[in-house]
Design a protein around this ligand. Structure first.
Ligand code: B12
Length: 429
């Protein structure tokens, strides 16, 4: 039985061809281990309609849906139904947050949650012509080492071009879930408590990537890489002989020079903090559980350990004013951070703001999910979803222009991603 897993194109992205579709490759691996033949149809880079010639018949089609591009995934599902009349299932962050959405009626089965186990159950049911519920809620996989490594051999890995520090880099997910409760984040997919892969399991993946592709530069995509020193120490000891470099995410509230030394000593070259804002009021509204001071300190301490520091910022979280946006810009200027990325706030389904917009002072919230993209790049489109008591979406767009101007003019020391340089004309030292 042939199963076709489809990566939906993302025209909202500045560069849709940076990363392999890791979630689908995890599913593919699991299906293959259970005797299924799998094809990945990667539609990245296609314009909204040019994908049609790429879709070929299979016994079962599976589509991953993110909120801003779900409408394209739905179109693809309708195309498959009209042309082949074969079963189409979906999963991913969007249906996990909103499984009962009317627009999803084209799908025969909807998977809620992580899919490595449930997709096999679903495929078995289709193969054996057995009834299954339309919505399948999968349980969190407690032992992440039991999941087989992503089937990267099904795609041309060298066609993806994410670079960190000027070198090609592959993504690795070291843990799933997050223990924090930021009000902008939807945690329905991986849950509210982090689950960790063993260091041996991660090192095994890295060894495979080095021997298959010769790539020695990585990016840990998960939120919790730096939260325990014990794991970092073990990773440092076990990864030493591999001579790798990597970028990872960190948290300023657990700042401790030892943590950053361990990151550096295990090959870390850059750490990314969710700084979010230069205003304490906004950090508190987000429930970030850290302070502006700690953010400053974390940047300095990480830099003193030899790491470059990147900060993710949000513009337009409810409560934001022109003044607080200026505080974020001032923060960047004062902190000496090496790189920064700004995202306009989007109340992604499932996050606390989406669930109770009034509580956060939202006066209008669009449910036009096609416009739920939050990339500040690509000519500053995105982020026009809410008006608040403090800032309208029109005012936010004016501020975005200022932010883009600032990002272009500021002298960065971190070596920007090529696509940002192209989009914004960033200056690097
Ligand atoms: C890393 C990451 C990225 C990387 C992805 C790297 C990669 N190689 O895939 C990059 C930077 C490219 C990225 C981009 C975007 N991201 Co992102 N990303 C994440 C992050 C941090 C981790 C995701 C992860 O671990 N993936 C690993 C695999 C294992 O998980 P997965 O892909 O979701 O797949 C699993 C399940 O979803 C399910 N599944 C998925 N598809 C299907 C299909 C079927 C048929 C079935 C049965 C199951 C199933 O099974 C998979 C295996 O368990 C999460 C936040 C978080 N910490 O979880 C946000 C997150 C997923 N991203 C998000 C968003 C919004 C985006 C963008 C849409 C941003 C934008 N343009 O506005 C783009 C979409 C890109 C695209 N592919 O179209 C949101 C999604 C919310 C939503 N409702 O859509 C999240 C949840 C962040 C958040 N909390 O707000 N992202």
């Amino acid at each position: 039985m042939l199963i076709d897993l489809i990566k939906v194109p993302d025209p909202t992205s500045i560069d849709d061809l940076l990363d392999e579709p890791l979630g689908l490759l995890y599913l593919a691996s699991s299906l293959r281990n259970n005797g299924y033949e799998v094809r990945i149809t990667n539609l990245s880079g296609h314009t909204v309609d040019s994908w049609k010639t790429e879709i070929k018949k299979a016994d079962l089609h599976g589509i991953q849906l993110y909120t801003p591009t779900a409408h394209i995934g739905i179109k693809i599902a309708k195309f498959i139904k009209e042309n082949f009349n074969t079963p189409v299932i979906c999963g991913g962050a969007h249906p996990t947050a909103l499984p009962n959405l009317k627009e999803l009626s084209v799908f025969d089965t909807i998977n809620v949650g992580e899919g490595e186990n449930s997709i096999v159950e679903i495929a078995d049911a289709y193969r054996d012509k057995k009834h299954i519920p339309r919505i399948i809620r999968s349980k969190f996989i407690t032992d992440l080492d039991s999941i087989s490594l992503p089937a990267r051999d099904l795609v041309n890995m060298m066609s993806f071009h994410r670079k960190v520090g000027g070198k090609r880099c592959f993504g690795i997910v070291g843990s799933r879930g997050c223990n924090y409760k930021c009000n902008f984040c939807d945690r329905s997919l991986f849950g509210e408590r982090a689950r960790f892969r063993s260091i041996d399991n991660i090192v095994e993946e890295i060894r495979g990537l080095i021997s298959d592709y010769g790539v020695k530069n990585f990016e840990f995509l998960d939120d919790m890489w730096t939260v325990t020193k014990k794991r970092l120490r073990e990773f440092r000891d076990k990864a030493k002989e591999l001579n790798i470099s990597y970028r990872c995410n960190g948290r300023s509230d657990v700042t401790n020079k030892k943590v950053y030394d361990l990151v550096y000593d295990s090959g870390g070259t850059m750490i990314c903090f969710g700084i979010e804002s230069g205003s304490q009021r906004i950090l508190d509204l987000i429930n970030k559980q850290t302070t502006v001071e700690k953010n400053f300190e974390a940047i300095k301490v990480a830099q003193s350990a030899g790491l470059k520091v990147m900060g993710y910022f949000i513009a337009g979280f409810p409560g934001e004013t022109r003044e607080t946006i200026q505080e974020s810009i001032d923060f960047i200027k004062k902190s000496g951070i090496d790189q920064a990325q700004f995202y306009t706030f989007i109340p992604l389904p499932g996050c606390a703001v989406y669930k109770d917009p009034k509580k956060f002072g939202i006066t209008r919230m669009s449910k036009d999910y096609d416009n739920y993209f939050h990339v500040t790049g690509k000519n500053g489109r995105g982020g026009k979803i809410i008006d608040t008591e403090y800032l309208t979406s029109r005012e936010l767009q004016e501020e975005v222009k200022k932010i883009r101007e600032f990002l272009r003019e500021h002298k960065w020391s971190g070596g920007m991603q090529d696509y940002y340089e192209k989009d914004l004309g960033y200056k690097t030292n």
